[in-house]
Write a protein that binds this ligand. Sequence first.
Ligand SMILES: Cc1cc2nc3c(=O)[nH]c(=O)nc-3n(C[C@H](O)[C@H](O)[C@H](O)COP(=O)(O)OP(=O)(O)OC[C@H]3O[C@@H](n4cnc5c(N)ncnc54)[C@H](O)[C@@H]3O)c2cc1C
Length: 484
Amino acid sequence: MKGLNLWPNPNSCILRRSSSSKLNAVNRVSRPPSPVVRFHCSLSQRSLRCAVLGAGFAGLSVVWHLLKNDRYIETRKVLQSDRYLILQHSPKELDLRIDIYDEVGIGGGASGISGGLLHPYSPKVNLLWEGAQCWKDSIKLLKVAEEASVSRDCKIGQSDENVKAFAYQKRFNYILGILRLATNLKNMTKLNANVKTSLPSCRVDTLSKEAAQELVPGICVPFDTAFYMPEALNIQSQNYLQALFWSCENLVTESSTFDSGKKLLQLHRRPVNRLSEFDGEYDAVIICLGAKVNMLPEFSGRLPLRTCRGVIAHLELPDDISEGYPERGPSILSDAWIAVKSPRELHVGSTWEWKSSNSSPSVSPDEASSALTELLPKASVIYPRIMNWDFTGARAGLRAMPPLTSLGSLPLLGCINDIMEGNQTCKYWLFGGLGARGLLYHGWLGNLMAHAVLSSDEGLIPLELTSWKNTIQFSDFNKQTEFH
Ligand SMILES: Cc1cc2nc3c(=O)[nH]c(=O)nc-3n(C[C@H](O)[C@H](O)[C@H](O)COP(=O)(O)OP(=O)(O)OC[C@H]3O[C@@H](n4cnc5c(N)ncnc54)[C@H](O)[C@@H]3O)c2cc1C
């Protein structure tokens, strides 16, 4: 197995480790020693074989960042005549083979059906942990994907309607922002206090009832005040993921022209039944299986994740009603959310069915009917005209919800060889627990994960994201032999 030691640009903002005293305390809790994973570094070995399990927001973001590694300089310490020499070369020379495994294909899990709402705030408009960085990196990936979809349109001389829809919205800023409305006084007070600390790059403006109704005629505005995030986005998730994959393919093509190292990328549509399938084949296995990760025999429900199924109802305006949703109107967040897909197509979400293990995107008539019974009254409090829209179908997904910490619900990242039984010949990395905020987290965390994998150094991931490993019972994981 080959190992690499790629260190980040010293100016990179993701070098720092947490200074949170609470987390440092957690990290002082003693852990059993990690099984030794040996990495043989030699200048003649500059190849890395990675398996990325899952082609959702997490998986594709890691793949893109693994391929786009030219920010980093490989640094090696070589002992020569009693002195350490620091040797550096650009990882553009790296031979990198990436195999993506997904049983459904791109966007086969929660990512493909998600509401597509993107902003860096909690429901009370509190900036989420590292919200500024997450926001910036997600927007960067959206741009990258948009460029790939536009260049593909140009290349094939005809445009795929779906992708055009995604690109069009971004390029012409079609979906203008998100309106947040409070339906009770307690929330209203909190929102009012929190808007003062909003990010300049995704600001939250306070609007009067009249101004809100100008954006969305017919909207009800409790307490005569609405909160407007003009830069927040509503994207077509499935189209975005397809375009992000094209962008990864473009990086591979470009590297064959500009880099001396070979890059290979392949998507395999097949199920992953157990992690041991990959041992020996790869140097690094990055597990991005969303809510189904705990179903692998190596984990069998022992990762600190809870599952929660959500149904989204799709509505269309009947032909005999001419006045649709405003052409450039914002999406709405309230007790239910309304994501605008076009002036005549809205998605309303979402339900929260905790402990469900049903990851199927298909929704039975009974499930759809109870979702509508729950969602429509909530949505109609804010947008009564929704009662005129026709139900056309529903889709569902399973969220992987991480534990709540003092910093919020943070995704679970890290190298997991130390919590797995046996001697592995490759490094296993977990990138999971994106909860209900996968779009926001996937950009920055995909970058961090790629960085850590290329450097074979978990220390590049902030402690806040790896400290979950201190809270799990190692004895539980050692029971895994029962499942082999
Ligand atoms: C109803 C709903 C609405 C949402 N709305 C939003 C929103 O508006 N904004 C937002 O930011 N987030 C939203 N989310 C959350 C977001 O969808 C998730 O955080 C995100 O999709 C998680 O991404 P992931 O890549 O970790 O997992 P997934 O997208 O689930 O990807 C996992 C992939 O792994 C594959 N896979 C799983 N098991 C196996 C196996 N054994 N073998 C092979 N392949 C396998 C799956 O096919 C899938 O493609 C929503 C979630 C739901 C359920």
